[in-house]
Design a protein around this ligand. Structure first.
Ligand code: NPW
Ligand code: K
Length: 467
């Protein structure tokens, strides 16, 4: 898992380091890493424009500029504020960097091979001054590579929200990733994110982002004594006359994620379609280890009773789509809710914009209120537990932003619940594996094709770990 830290936590850790290492500095380490990446991006003869702010982020930029100039690169520096880091200014001047004003900097953008953005780091307030924004936009429009120091200036360090900012090709950050580097849409401004260890010690992270290895180790691979019951029986009550496809997709997701057995109890015409196209699925009631309810129910009058009937078994359930608006007072232990932003807003009686402004807080409210884990779907997929722990699924390509992806995902998660994964892991692993499968098969593939790709992906892990 990748641990994400806040700006405050970084500041505290830096302070502890400074107290333990009196007279020493961290900026040299940060600047050396920036210079190495700048050299790689600009080439040994590249022309570089470094835009520096008044704080320590600007200091990093000035020391990196000095290093580049010592390597013989022509370096121009635009200090955007009236003051700048004094030792950094002395170093850059001594190394032969040239200081320019706004007019020359703007002219230079079209000429240079790299722009280094060292305007604002973790001490910055969101947004950019108009003249700095104009330069950032010019660089983007011209396709000039941008190396952001710590974060693209203009972004809010601890937020997922988009702001007027630089659009980096690469961002080099220090000690740990921050929310803006990993959460969409802000992360889309960061380009490739490189995290450099500068030697400070950090405590618990504010949230964690899953990596491929975290998914593989949690995947329930059958052992030599496994049978269809021990692997997990999934009950699926989904679909309606209006939305039979949701049921077919959910069953497909469950099947290709490796359900030991599926009992489908949804209505026609999905029942007949599944009988004809997915012959391993059984039909009718029986014992199950987990339920999937809600996908494709539509706004029928009997949704509340339909959900209560399934929850009466007392086993964990994936509660999706239309079932999210008819939740009973008490849910069985270990349920997973899988709303998108609009569904979560309805569940909370809030506006969609409120959920989009505060996805983690909104998902946490729903988790606290229901006692269930919430998997909030979207460009970044949050898994939030009632105790406030937050994890984010492995990110995937935007191709999965299409109708039916959520139905497949609910089926995958239900298989994982039935296999015995706790709801938080089922949500994390389910959302991640779908994203990873989509990444293996880029392009406009329909969601059922991505479900098939899940089986291929998991099969590779099976070779390694199947006994
Ligand atoms: N500590 C260390 O040893 C290490 C730190 N490191 C580096 O330092 C960075 C943090 O430095 P920092 O704390 O000086 O903050 P930074 O982001 O440079 O900017 C703050 C300045 O900008 C101003 N300002 C703010 N918002 C603004 C806006 N929207 N528009 C215009 N101005 C704005 C604000 O002025 P104010 O108006 O608040 O008086 C303030 O003066 C960190 O990201 C990393 O790069 C590394 O070297 C590792 C070691
Ligand atoms: K920056």
């Amino acid at each position: 898992m990748i641990g994400v830290q806040t700006a405050d936590a970084i500041r505290v850790a830096e302070q502890v380091w400074f107290e333990a290492h009196r007279g020493e500095g961290l900026m040299g380490r940060a600047a050396a890493a920036v210079a190495a990446h700048a050299l790689e991006m600009a080439g040994t003869h590249g022309r570089v424009l470094v835009v520096v702010g008044r704080g320590n982020n600007g200091g990093d930029g000035l020391f990196a500029a000095a290093e580049l100039a010592r390597h013989g690169l022509p370096v121009a520096i635009w200090p955007v504020a009236e003051t700048m880091h004094e030792q950094g200014r002395v170093a850059a001047t001594g190394a032969g960097c040239r200081f320019v004003g706004v007019v020359e900097a703007t002219e230079q953008v079209a000429e240079v091979d790299l722009v280094v953005d060292a305007v604002l780091g973790i001490g910055g307030r969101p947004g950019l001054r108009p003249d700095v924004l104009a330069l950032a936009q010019e660089a983007e429009a011209l396709g000039v590579p941008v190396l952001a120091v710590d974060l693209p200036s203009g972004l809010d360090t601890d937020s997922h929200q988009l702001q007027d900012s630089f659009h980096a090709t690469r961002t080099i950050t220090f000690a740990a990733r921050k929310a803006c580097h990993v959460l969409q849409p802000a992360a889309s401004r960061c380009g490739e994110v490189v995290c450099v260890d500068i030697g400070i010690e950090l405590g618990n992270s504010v949230l964690e982002v899953a990596e491929a290895g975290d998914v593989a180790v949690r995947w329930p691979v059958p052992g030599p004594t496994s049978d269809k019951y021990s692997r997990g029986v999934v009950g699926i009550d989904s679909g309606s006359a209006q939305y039979p496809g949701a049921a077919v997709l959910g069953v497909t997701g469950a099947l290709y994620a490796g359900a030991g057995m599926i009992r489908f109890v949804g209505p026609e015409p999905a029942d007949a379609i599944i009988r004809a196209s997915l012959p391993s699925v059984t039909h009718g009631e029986g014992r199950v280890q987990a339920w999937l309810c809600g996908s494709g129910w539509g706004s029928a009058d009997d949704n509340r009773a339909r959900l209560e009937r399934r929850l009466a078994d007392g086993v964990p359930a994936v509660i999706d789509a239309d079932a999210l608006s008819v939740l009973p007072e008490h849910l069985p232990y270990g349920c997973l809710l899988t709303p998108h932003a609009g569904e979560l807003a309805r569940l909370l009686g809030a506006e969609r914009a409120e959920v989009e402004a505060d996805p983690i807080g909104s998902a946490h409210r729903a988790a606290e209120r229901t006692g269930a884990v919430v998997l909030l779907k979207g460009a970044s997929q949050y898994i939030v537990q009632p105790d406030g722990r937050v994890r984010v699924a492995v990110p995937g390509p935007s191709w999965t932003a299409q109708a039916g992806s959520g139905d497949v995902l609910a089926g995958i998660c239900a298989t994982l619940l039935a296999a015995g994964l706790p709801a938080a892991d089922a949500g994390l692993v389910g959302a991640s594996v779908q994203a990873m499968a989509a990444a293996r098969r880029p392009g406009p593939w329909p969601p059922d094709d991505i479900a098939h790709e899940v089986a291929a992906l998991v099969g590779n892990w099976g070779e390694l770990s199947c006994r």
